[in-house]
Design a binder for this molecule. Structure first.
Ligand SMILES: [Zn+2]
Length: 561
């Protein structure tokens, strides 16, 4: 947990818990130009990504760039991004080529592809157990340091699962560009896949541009109404976008649903909260109550908003609320809508599939004329004044939080798997705290009996955040507390059921190791209860994988900064 940060919003704000370092900047950026919101640097794997893979090549004559590489890299350079190569070269350890030969190869690569700002090479092989050989995150940390930025402001492009895993373990983004050697399970597990290097570069630049407003908000914004209905995780991932709106408005009023209220109370940048269920969003809606909606409309009108920004997930519609907002007299309304909005929206924004939810929301804020200020990183954050300190009886910081449950059973860790994980972590010397809601006490008690302290039912969301803030890592499924961990800046071992895309819903910009079968038959079903007998996507997780993941996340300052 970083506790040394100032909040960019002096007025509203409470110090914040934040996931990423705001130090560092791209050296190639012109003085005075705004810092890019997302990335300072692109890290590239060498063999199979930049150049054709010639195993253990020590011969410059055999260097062949992949198609379109030079032009793609030049587009990144022109956009002010710094470039580094991060490459495993175990041929050095094995004596297949010398350092001199390798440097000749790299000189030839630069002759063909242009200059790179840094070269980071792991000379070891698997037997050395080093911190730099991908999938360990050491090279990513080293590259970020050398480029004067942080891992979360880097995106790594590679052709195999090890590349993506190294990126995520450092808190960077990872793009997989498959080749014939890429295994299907590596493609399934990757949250971001591109067909080739030029396509990867185009999407990096598109995402970078999408969170940068092209226009002003269309007049001063005294009061902005932002909307995020649905549950705690949804509200937390919208936090960066709400801060972006807050940076451009004098006052921000948030409309949320009852299931997201506890998370809304933790968000920096929010001045006032209106809580009301929306029957077209709630997964277990009551009947539509005309009187309640009339009263909501009147209340929204009383906000006196100059602008409304309606945030939704891709399967939700912003249009019913847009109609109420129109009836409430709100003049400027922005939302993402694939459906034709008629005159309900002033800004109809559209986003390709696969974009991380926080960036999807940031791109809507940008379309509405708002961006995160230079001093604020696009990470999830919590108001520190809303997070209570952890109870004193939990002992020193540095424990591991194991959170087996989920509001959706399809995304919960099977209790017997969580039980084995608790036992293995304890045996490996970790102090384990098992957390869960009041309705998960039976599971947390059972899991903690195998090793750990049972905190089931002892915490509300804010209390859970306070406990997570002092953890060395969180072991959790795809559920609200995973985003709470990301907001607390704590590394996540993600037991991720693939019912929704990892690239959209994985822990954002925080060191992460993904476990579980990404190609399981529940993939992309959006099921809340597992449709496959035996819940195979998470049942196959071996406890040793979790122990190894924790080791990976603590590499080279990977977790705690
Ligand atoms: Zn190494």
């Amino acid at each position: 947990m970083r506790q040394d940060q100032e909040d960019p919003y002096q007025r509203r704000s409470a110090p914040v818990y934040a996931a990423a370092d705001r130090a560092g900047s791209a050296g190639s950026r012109r003085a005075g130009s705004p810092r890019p919101v997302l990335y300072d640097a692109v890290l590239l794997d060498r063999d199979g990504t930049l150049i054709e893979d010639v195993p253990y090549n020590g011969d410059p004559e055999k260097v062949r760039p992949v198609p379109g590489a030079r032009a793609a890299l030049d587009r990144l350079r022109a956009a002010g991004l710094r470039l580094a190569v991060v490459t495993n070269q175990s041929g050095l350890a094995r004596g297949y080529f010398t350092g001199t030969q390798m440097r000749a190869v790299h000189a030839r690569v630069e002759e063909l592809l242009g200059r790179f700002d840094a070269w980071l090479v792991c000379p070891h092989d698997d037997a050395d157990g080093c911190d730099c050989r991908k999938p360990a995150p050491g090279l990513v940390h080293a590259a970020a340091r050398e480029l004067g930025t942080t891992p979360s402001r880097c995106v790594l492009v590679g052709d195999i699962g090890r590349d993506v895993a190294a990126a995520l373990a450092a808190g960077a983004a990872g793009v997989l560009v498959p080749t014939p050697v890429t295994r299907p399970e590596e493609i399934a597990a990757a949250g971001w896949v591109a067909t080739d290097l030029p396509a990867a570069v185009d999407e990096i630049l598109r995402r970078q541009q999408a969170v940068q407003p092209a226009t002003r908000p269309g007049g001063p914004v005294r009061t902005a109404l932002v909307v995020r209905s649905d549950s705690a995780g949804d509200v937390l991932v919208t936090g960066p976008a709400i801060r972006a709106v807050a940076a451009g408005a004098q006052r921000v009023v948030l409309l949320c649903g009852p299931r997201g209220r506890a998370a809304a109370d933790l968000l920096p940048g929010v001045d006032e909260i209106i809580e009301h269920p929306l029957p077209w969003i709630d997964p277990m809606p009551g009947p539509v109550d005309p009187a309640a909606l009339r009263s909501l409309t009147a209340r929204l009108g009383a906000v006196g908003a100059d602008q409304a920004v309606v945030f939704t997930s891709f399967h939700q519609s912003a249009l019913p609320l847009a109609l109420l907002l129109r009836m409430a007299g709100i003049g400027r309304i922005a939302a993402i809508s694939d459906d034709y909005p008629g005159s309900l929206l002033d800004i109809r924004h559209r986003v390709p599939v696969g974009v991380p939810e926080p960036e999807r929301a940031l791109s809507l804020a940008a379309a509405a004329g708002h961006r995160l200020p230079d001093g604020d990183e696009p990470v999830l954050r919590l108001r520190r004044d809303a997070v209570p300190p952890r109870p004193a009886d939990l002992g020193d910081p540095g424990y591991v939080v194991l959170h087996p449950g989920s509001a959706a059973s399809s995304r919960a860790c099977p209790p017997e798997v969580a039980t084995r994980i608790a036992g293995a972590l304890t045996a490996a010397g970790h102090r384990v705290l098992v957390t869960g809601g009041p309705d998960e006490r039976a599971v947390t008690a059972r899991v903690a009996a195998a090793g750990g302290t049972d905190l089931g039912g002892r915490t509300d969301l804010a209390g859970l955040a306070g406990i997570m803030a002092d953890a060395s890592a969180i072991v959790v499924g795809n559920t609200g507390p995973a985003h709470l961990a990301a907001a607390a800046g704590v590394p996540v071992v993600s037991l991720f059921a693939p019912t929704v895309p990892f690239g959209q819903w994985g822990p954002y910009r925080v060191p992460t190791v993904r476990l579980g079968d990404a190609a399981a038959p529940c993939r992309d079903t959006r099921a809340t209860d597992c449709p496959v007998p035996g819940h195979p996507c998470l049942r196959g997780i071996h406890p040793d994988e979790v122990v190894d993941a924790l080791r990976t996340l603590t590499v080279s300052g990977g977790g705690r900064r």
